[in-house]
Design a protein around this ligand. Structure first.
Ligand code: UP5
Ligand code: MG
Length: 190
């Protein structure tokens, strides 16, 4: 006991590519615990933590919160879940995130699920999401796209070099995207 292998899948893709939507469906079918780094950061703001103001300001600017904050929240959520299979959604977002996670947790992802979607479609989805997210305005959306291309895509390229990327066409309707996702997760069927 205690030494069962922990399985981590990083779920990456641009803002509005459908990471959260597809993770919910993976959880229903494959017994993973879904941890959205962005949602954990939003919860940390709500909890009134001393980092809250800093996190809130960074999200409004589309900037990447310091690794140690995000990794602490992820590690805590992993422990509290009691599960051993995780979808880590929206993290790592830059090289520093990636290296710090590997150094701190000693966990390497099983694979990286990457949602490939054109920017104009992601923009359409975010502008019509209407869930009151304070980063879903056109100014912040443009900043998020820029950070994604400059900082997050290099992480996808890093894992692609290691043949760990499973790329999915995320432009299709939700159920069709999930058909592709299901094929990738078939080995994990419970
Ligand atoms: N939708 C989904 N799939 C669709 C489809 N196939 N066809 C048509 N519509 C589809 O989907 C977005 C919208 O599109 C929804 O309305 C959905 O119904 C529809 P969603 O599943 O929510 O997309 P997702 O990729 O999860 O978009 P999200 O906005 O969550 O992505 P981001 O990467 O921008 O946001 P995240 O929450 O990960 O991060 C937010 C901020 O937190 C970051 O900008 C950053 O400032 C900070 N952050 C960090 O600093 N560090 C981290 O590690 C993580 C976040
Ligand atoms: Mg999301």
């Amino acid at each position: 006991p205690g030494d069962k292998k922990i399985i981590v899948v990083f779920v990456l893709g641009g803002p509005g590519s459908g990471k959260g939507t597809q993770c919910t469906k993976i959880v229903e079918n494959f017994g993973f615990t879904h941890l959205s780094a962005g949602d954990l950061l939003h919860a940390e703001i709500k909890s009134g933590s001393e980092n809250g103001t800093m996190i809130s300001n960074m999200i409004k600017e589309g900037k990447i919160v310091p690794s140690e904050v995000t990794i602490n929240l992820l590690q805590k959520a992993m422990l509290e879940s009691g599960n051993d299979k995780f979808l880590i959604d929206g993290f790592p977002r830059n090289e520093e995130n990636r290296a710090a996670f590997e150094n701190v947790t000693k966990i390497e992802p099983e694979f990286v699920l990457f949602f490939d979607c054109p920017e104009e479609e992601m923009e359409r989805r975010l502008l019509s999401r209407n869930q009151g997210r304070d980063d879903d305005n056109i100014e912040t959306i443009r900043k998020r796209f820029r950070v994604f291309v400059e900082s997050s895509l290099p992480v996808v390229e890093y894992y692609d070099m290691k043949s760990k990327v499973r790329k999915v066409d995320a432009l299709k309707p939700i159920d069709e995207v999930f058909e592709s996702v299901k094929a990738i997760f078939a080995p994990f069927h419970t």
